[in-house]
Design a protein around this ligand. Structure first.
Ligand SMILES: Cc1cc2nc3c(=O)[nH]c(=O)nc-3n(C[C@H](O)[C@H](O)[C@H](O)COP(=O)(O)OP(=O)(O)OC[C@H]3O[C@@H](n4cnc5c(N)ncnc54)[C@H](O)[C@@H]3O)c2cc1C
Length: 425
């Protein structure tokens, strides 16, 4: 171990897991990945865990297994403190279900990378914490699915349609709505087959149009697909409160719901402000320079949803997407060794590769940039393949070319891969 730089990566999500896999096994680095979960799931498909439509045997990868395969150490625990002066990270847990659990401990580092992601904010809206589900992690998806399954069974038995209101029409809200419509038929008893819907879905958006920030062509295409899926939409909906039985808008209108999903926006993980004296932006994301160094400590780099990087000349920070986190992981995999050698790496440059949505049986659609030409709208099998290739690329990076290739091929042809409708974890 002597002479090796101890690199600790906090958070094994879309970005952190890729970085650990890329840097693990290097002779000059002792890489430790920390995550509070025992296994990695790719957050862009969290809504599919919630809906029960996840269809891959590679959707949940053990960090312990990945660590052994890719030559890094894995430490399962909740990050509760960063002591920058002593270069130590404080961890607690994991807790055991019957009490007890691992003792609090500290990990020393030479260089630290923070990739602890973000969460969905409630913007101070009354009742969100108590009555709505936010899809931030696996436990949220499991909680949603348990409630949804019970609700659908009851809707089938009573004939009263289940009502789901989703607040926020970004990728999470729109894709979840489409996937819920897909699983509805799995609950049909013989008596309802071919009958009316037993699920009503309302997608509520505060902005004047669905999918704020999306190109008009993409938006109108998505709107048509949502209409074909009989998903109701409501724009300009300023939700003032979430109650046990629905949402209440600022103008007093009420929309009854059995389940409310709150999928509006993203801010930095609230833990970031508690860990150390980081300089955070208005959305609680740690400000970094164009080499992804935190503004308070060059030995601490931050990326993904936890970081706020506004490129020179741009009016806003880079978007909190897996696409951006993955590009930053690739960048850091060469920038960190360079910094350790005392070199100054080139700055990080983000390349927007577009935006893709999978709307279950309404197909995939997206906007992809090709070189210097304008973005083009992609649909059908090509969009579907492009959407899936994002995750395949991620799996490939995590598992490595040889194992990744074999595992991905096996996953594609496996009869044991997830069912179209999964009712359990
Ligand atoms: C439903 C949904 C659909 C999406 N679709 C897309 C898409 O199509 N394309 C796209 O580019 N992006 C998409 N995104 C956004 C994308 O998932 C995120 O931008 C991306 O996951 C950010 O990566 P990250 O590594 O910064 O954080 P994350 O992937 O969120 O990882 C953070 C990690 O930190 C761990 N962690 C958090 N707190 C602690 C702690 N205190 N101690 C220890 N570990 C901790 C978590 O367990 C997690 O593993 C989607 C997001 C959602 C929710």
């Amino acid at each position: 171990m002597a002479g090796r730089t101890r690199l600790t990566i906090l958070g094994g999500g879309a970005g952190g897991a890729e970085l650990a896999a890329r840097l693990g096994g290097r002779p000059d680095l002792a890489v430790t990945l920390v995550d509070r979960q025992p296994s990695h799931l790719w957050k862009p498909r969290l809504h599919e865990f919630a809906a029960g439509t996840i269809d891959s045997t590679l959707s949940d990868l053990s960090y312990y297994m990945l660590a052994r395969m890719r030559g890094f150490d894995f430490e399962q625990g909740d990050v509760v403190a960063i002591d920058r002066a002593e270069k130590r990270v404080g961890l607690t847990g994991p807790a055991a279900p019957d009490g007890g659990g691992a003792a609090p401990r500290r990990l020393s580092y030479d260089r630290l990378v923070v990739a602890l992601g973000g969460v969905t904010p409630d913007f101070g809206t009354t009742g969100v914490a108590e009555h709505a589900i936010r899809l931030d992690e696996r436990a949220d998806a499991d909680r949603f699915r348990a409630r949804f399954v019970a609700l659908m069974i009851s809707a089938r038995e009573t004939g009263r349609a289940a009502r789901v209101v989703i607040v926020g029409s970004g990728a999470t809200g729109t894709e979840l709505a489409a996937h819920l419509r897909q699983v509805e038929s799995g609950f049909f008893g013989a008596k309802h087959r071919g009958g009316r819907d037993i699920l009503q879905i309302l997608l509520a958006e505060a902005a004047p149009q669905l999918m704020p920030g999306a190109d008009d062509t993409l938006r109108s295409n998505v709107e048509e697909r949502l209409a074909a899926l009989r998903i109701d939409t409501l724009t300009g909906a300023k939700v003032a409160a979430v109650e046990a039985d629905g949402i209440v808008n600022a103008d007093g209108t009420r929309h009854p719901a059995d389940i409310v999903v709150w999928a509006a926006g993203l801010v930095g993980n609230p833990r970031l402000c508690e860990l150390a004296d980081f300089d955070v932006d208005g959305k609680g994301r740690i400000r970094v320079d164009d080499r992804l160094r935190s503004s308070v400590d060059p030995a601490v780099q931050v990326f993904g949803d936890a970081a706020s990087l506004t490129p020179e000349g741009a009016g806003a920070p880079l978007p909190p997407t897996a696409q951006c986190a993955s590009q930053q992981a690739e960048y850091l995999a060469t920038a960190i060794p360079a910094l350790i050698r005392g070199d100054e790496p080139e700055p990080f440059v983000y390349g927007d590769r577009g935006r893709l949505l999978s709307l279950a049986r309404a197909g995939s659609v997206g906007q992809i940039g090709f070189g210097r030409r304008h973005d083009i709208l992609v649909k059908g099998e090509f969009a579907n393949a492009a959407y899936k290739s994002l995750q395949r690329r991620h799996q490939w990076t995590l598992l490595g070319p040889l194992r990744g290739g074999v595992a991905i091929f096996a996953d594609l042809i496996s009869p044991a891969k997830g069912a179209q409708l999964k009712l359990h974890g």
